[in-house]
Design a binder for this molecule. Sequence first.
Ligand SMILES: NC(=O)C1=CN([C@@H]2O[C@H](COP(=O)(O)OP(=O)(O)OC[C@H]3O[C@@H](n4cnc5c(N)ncnc54)[C@H](O)[C@@H]3O)[C@@H](O)[C@H]2O)C=CC1
Ligand SMILES: C[N+](C)(C)CC(=O)CC(=O)[O-]
Length: 329
Amino acid sequence: MTENARVAPEAVRTVACIGAGVIGGGWVAHFLGRGYRVVAWDPAPNAEERLRDLVSAAWPALESLGLAEGASMENLSVAATLAEAVADADFVQESAPERLDLKIDLLAEIDAATPEGVVIGSSTSGYSMSEMQGSARTPERLVVGHPFNPPYLVPLVEVVGGERTERWAVDWACDFYRIAGKSVIGMDRELPGFIGNRIQEAAWREALHMVAEGEATVEQIDLAMTSGPGLRWAFFGPCLTFHLAGGEGGMAHMLDHFGPSLKSPWTRLEAPELTTELRDRMVAGTDEVVAGRSTAELIAQRDRRLIAVARALEEVERAEAAERAEGTA
Ligand SMILES: NC(=O)C1=CN([C@@H]2O[C@H](COP(=O)(O)OP(=O)(O)OC[C@H]3O[C@@H](n4cnc5c(N)ncnc54)[C@H](O)[C@@H]3O)[C@@H](O)[C@H]2O)C=CC1
Ligand SMILES: C[N+](C)(C)CC(=O)CC(=O)[O-]
């Protein structure tokens, strides 16, 4: 149902990036690295210089990952006005500050200036599109495309529409982001914080509780994640990781064994009721992800990946230390 779109996702040539700070600039670098022409607009007086610096700094990483054919920093232009930036766009990515009033007005302005049938994605990290699309004339083409920082290296983008978004726009955006090299989660309903932020904000809230109450230092919290769960989450995620915590009994044994501790005061958050339905859903969902692999196979995969991540980090750290010693870092 993407016939409502002006161009097919695979025919996109020009992307407009509105707002070019940390995330907008990261999107610009990503799209350039993938061979698109990018037109950016940002109202800050030093925006162009800052953006070109960000892209230049990102370029070596993009080169080492492999640039798309024709990819070049020369394909970036910075427009003088928002209307100029979106005039020839096949897709628009909005990455302005996270303020609801600003997003509502800006998305209406982008919508009014953007050619018909062009999908507009917002990088918002928490607002729902239903909250933001109220003033747009054609809200049916507005979607959330929530990235992770930096968008040119972290692949995930979460895509979801609002109450007034049409299905074709969500499908189109999912297809486009995939073609543009992203790992896409297309969501069929709006959730506060989407999926990734909902998970990481829970950990973040606990970290802030611990620092506020003097229970742990920032260093301890970061070490706890980078030497612990974070290493595993890079490849298995919390569900498959805890499946292995149940040994041969897998997720079922894990929930039966450790489920009651969800109610213990380890966490300051309200715990969900571990109903039979939730337990069974977790076990079935984990079985799908396991896809027939034995516990031994999963352990071997996990260990190979842990070693690979550790080696890769060591290599980077050694290179940085050598650069520091040479005074180049
Ligand atoms: N920083 C992060 O880690 C992440 C941020 N996001 C989302 O990305 C969006 C941008 O956040 P950041 O890049 O971190 O903020 P930022 O403050 O680094 O960049 C915002 C940019 O928007 C520009 N701007 C200000 N008013 C504007 C307007 N009316 N129209 C267009 N641009 C305007 C600013 O000059 C600035 O360059 C937010 O919605 C945020 O929630 C999403 C994922 C991660
Ligand atoms: C800090 N943040 C909530 C804006 C972070 C994100 O939205 C995603 C990320 O990059 O972790």
